[in-house]
Ligand binder design. Structure first.
Ligand code: PMP
Length: 490
């Protein structure tokens, strides 16, 4: 069978003709009966097939692409095997060190081998794993957490951002007795069946329907359309569409979930007053406001985006920098909502691996370490330095570019003269082919790991940490300058 390249696939209208209907349907299931609202996902089908076929070809390979996570397979540069990580650098299998600008996808705020974390874990190890036992450290962690996060009167621990957002929507439905959840296009909340809609792995941005909501576009193959029916995708920064959704699903909206700063589409902040409007609309309609702070939490200050923007949600979810590389996540909120969770209330939120002692010890040490604000100040200074450096370089090469940042994560919108407000605008502006070439060059020739990475049609923010240095930032800008001398922007 003919193998198709990544680029061919993107331009292919007809994936079925290449792979045959039978195989394709094993991956997609029967086609949609829901008319215009749902669309299948040809590109994802292709990537799945390509991956599956490669695996079948290599008989000794026991992993599906990567055993760890699909998104660690950086498709543009091919598989990368890391054997060491230190500070803000990673060492690949062949021995070279790269400066890391992914940093555990935003988790490793304190670098890859923080002494604070290592010491807390080492101390805790002497007490046994304490799997599933509630300890003093659990109590202390929730006290510290609730003292600094504005919406948090209570905290429940889980393992991942995916779990936290799944439970947050369950809580909203249980508290309100309503069903629909509004979400914004491009906002990513983990790979939940009911939230993996209209994200950057969907084949494109959604068309606006007469109701103001967007056609539902799954972000993965394998989720039946029915799961999307209780989720209402809406363009980011569009108050009118939110109002229309409340009218359309009158009395049945349980909540709105959002990234308060849309980092998954390259750091697009809310329009002035937008979060306040969401706060007012949810209160007015008896729905819960859920901030997904998995990316914004513990990166810019202890209180998160809700503190920065002065808007207190009903529930918030945490992960990533909460554990700085250790597996821990959380759901926090007002007591009146959190008390619906068992054993106080009827909503089940539990798991064998929740609240692992080693992760709790680390999270407690982290929150104490961050308390004086020094880490945040340092990262903010690096962020300003890198933003200025990037602006200068792009400007020098006459390349339009819009930059914004939050908590040491910088979204670099090459090709944009002004701030894009929605995923659709980003999709129109972002020069994917150029970005891929640049990324390839910066990775392969300039040893920058994950720097200016394109993700389908959005930029992935560059990630800084307390382990980066001003010298590393200067180097990254020099390397970018050198790469741009060799690459024409058109
Ligand atoms: N929410 C947001 C905002 C995220 O960016 C992510 C992961 N990138 C998640 C939730 C899911 O977190 P996890 O990967 O821990 O499941």
């Amino acid at each position: 069978m003919k193998q198709m390249s990544f680029a061919d696939a993107e331009h292919s209208e007809n994936v079925e003709s290449l792979y045959g209907t039978t195989i394709l349907h094993q991956f997609t299931g029967p086609s949609s009966k829901n008319g215009g609202c749902f669309k299948r996902h040809p590109l994802l089908v292709f990537h799945r097939l390509e991956g599956a076929m490669k695996d079948m070809e290599s008989k000794e390979e026991t992993r599906v692409g990567n055993v760890l996570a699909g998104w660690n397979h950086l498709s543009i540069v091919g598989p990368v095997h890391i054997k060491n990580a230190s500070g803000a650098r990673v060492q690949v299998a062949t021995g070279e060190w790269y400066d890391d600008y992914i940093m555990g996808w935003g988790s490793c705020l304190l670098g890859h081998d923080s002494t604070i974390i290592k010491e807390s874990i080492t101390r805790s190890l002497s007490q046994g794993f304490l799997q599933q036992y509630e300890t003093d450290k659990h109590r202390l962690l929730s006290e510290r957490f609730c003292a600094v996060v504005p919406c948090a009167e209570k905290l429940r621990l889980v393992n991942s951002g995916l779990e936290a957002t799944m439970y947050a929507t369950r809580i909203a439905r249980a508290v309100t007795g309503k069903r629909m959840i509004l979400k914004f296009e491009g906002h990513f909340h983990g790979l939940n069946d009911s939230l993996t809609w209209n994200i950057d792995s969907s084949p494109r941005s959604g068309k606006v329907l007469a109701s103001g909501e967007l056609e539902r576009l799954s972000g993965t193959v394998g989720i039946p359309d029915e799961y999307g029916m209780l989720t209402v995708p809406i363009p980011w920064n569009d108050t009118h569409a939110v109002q229309k959704a409340f009218e359309q699903y009158k009395g049945d909206v349980a909540g709105i979930i959002l990234e308060p700063v849309a980092l998954n589409i390259g750091c697009i902040r809310p329009d002035e007053g937008f979060l306040q409007e969401l706060r007012a609309l949810t209160s007015q309609h008896g729905a819960l406001l859920i901030f997904d702070e998995v990316l914004t939490g513990f990166r810019a200050n202890l209180g998160g985006a809700q503190k920065d923007f002065g808007v207190v949600p009903d529930i918030a979810t945490y992960g990533k920098a909460f554990g700085c590389g250790m597996p821990i996540a959380g759901i926090a909120g007002k007591a009146e909502y959190m008390d619906i969770i068992a054993p106080r209330g009827p909503v089940q939120v539990s798991g064998t691996n929740t609240g692992r002692y080693l992760s709790v010890s680390a999270a407690l040490a982290i929150i104490e370490h961050l308390a004086d604000g020094a880490v945040f100040r340092y990262i903010t200074a690096l962020e300003s330095q890198l933003k200025k450096g990037l602006w200068d370089v792009f400007d020098k090469h006459g390349i339009p570019c819009y930059l914004d940042s939050y908590g040491g994560r910088i979204g670099v919108h090459i090709g944009a003269y002004e701030r894009p407000r929605t995923m659709k605008e980003i999709e129109k502006l972002y020069p994917v082919e150029f970005a891929k070439k640049l990324f390839y060059m910066l990775s392969n020739e300039y040893r920058l790991y994950g720097f200016l990475m394109p993700l389908s049609y959005c930029p992935e923010p560059v990630t800084l940490s307390a382990a980066h240095t001003p010298r590393m930032i200067e180097d990254a800008c020099e390397r970018l300058n050198s790469a741009l001398k060799r690459l024409r922007f058109s």
